[in-house]
Design a protein around this ligand. Structure first.
Ligand code: NAP
Length: 297
């Protein structure tokens, strides 16, 4: 297929491009050419700003995967420009869209955050991250109907992606594993490569969304044990809340965000590798001399 990827060169996007090329798709990248501009030299590039995507008006694609849609304004513009130029619009959304942060077992039909009155559509703040994703999903559904899907994920792990705290580095160098969550903290995640494959699957098969693309729910202590099991050394673990690299509240007020139902995505074909496979590959990537990127916030 002929695919347009908005973004594609930083964290998750690299895996999407690699997977698309691996599967023999023709890929066009749209970005500003600032992040890793030497990547994928064989791929066609259109250089431009999300805020003014007029350069996309010169071609047509079977599908677009939007990885750089953080501002409502920008998604609105690309939705307009691409409306009659793409078959399917797949939007990378977030589990931050759900309004209730405590209730376990929420499906894609659960209540979503609302848009604060008078909030700016063209300014990024962390407070507006979830509402912006909701509003972008909604405007795409209004314009594209069944020709759009939103894929909602949370923690994304793997090479080039912010890891679980310092686990990758600690496993590679023998340091203390910083956890900073309650041992019984519910946690969900997805390997970046599984997410990339799912974004492609949704786009190629033109599946209408939304999909919550996350693992099943684990206890944090069990996930840490799984990662720890890939190195023979018995490393110290620091559960002190102050060393909070996970940004998870310790009072349970965000537990529902990591107890979401993933049944719809799994039924559609989401494949989830075991956490030991993610940990082993991540460790290998670090041992090759790569540095994990900083956390996004
Ligand atoms: N834990 C997670 O990472 C997580 C969880 C849930 C959802 N998400 C969502 O996943 C998506 C993927 O993020 P990612 O950083 O991994 O994607 P990515 O596609 O790997 O990197 C971002 C891309 O966007 C381009 N870009 C940034 N600002 C731009 C602008 N103003 N105009 C045009 N292009 C621009 C960058 O290239 P240039 O700098 O060269 O322009 C880069 O290619 C995001 O929408 C995020 O909200 C991520």
């Amino acid at each position: 297929m002929n695919l347009l990827i908005l973004g594609g060169t930083k964290n998750l996007g690299r895996h999407v491009v690699e997977a698309a090329l691996r599967d023999g798709h023709e890929v066009t990248l749209f970005n500003r050419g600032r992040t890793a501009p030497h990547l994928f030299p064989e791929v066609r590039r259109i250089t431009g700003e999300r805020a003014a995507p007029d350069a996309l008006a010169g071609a047509e694609w079977d599908g677009v995967i939007d990885l750089s849609g953080l501002l409502v304004h920008d998604v609105r513009r690309s939705a307009e420009v691409l409306r009659d130029r793409v078959g399917h619009y797949t939007f990378m959304s977030s589990i931050a869209v759900y309004a209730d942060k405590v209730l376990p077992g929420q499906t894609e039909d659960a209540a979503l955050l609302s848009w604060p009155p008078d909030a700016p559509e063209n300014v990024f703040t962390m407070d507006l991250y979830g509402p912006s994703k909701v509003r972008a999903e909604q405007l795409l559904t209004t314009r594209y109907g069944d020709r759009t899907a939103a894929v909602r994920s949370g923690f994304v792990v793997g090479p080039y992606n912010p890891d679980f705290g310092n686990w990758g580095e600690a496993l590679a160098t023998g340091g203390t594993l910083e956890c900073a969550a309650r041992p019984d903290q519910p946690i969900q995640w997805i390997d970046a490569r599984d997410l990339a494959d799912f974004l492609l699957l949704v786009t190629i098969n033109r599946l209408p969304g939304p999909f919550t693309a996350v693992s099943s729910t684990w206890r944090m202590a069990d996930l840490l044990d799984a990662w720890h099991s890939v190195v023979p050394a018995d490393l110290p673990i620091d559960w002190t809340p102050e060393v909070d690299r996970f940004h998870l509240p310790h009072d349970g007020s965000n537990d529902g965000t990591f107890q979401l139902a993933n049944n719809r995505a799994v039924a559609a074909g989401l494949r989830l590798r075991p956490p030991t496979a993610s940990a082993r590959d991540y460790l290998h990537w670090i041992r090759q001399g790569n540095t994990p990127p900083p956390p996004p916030h």
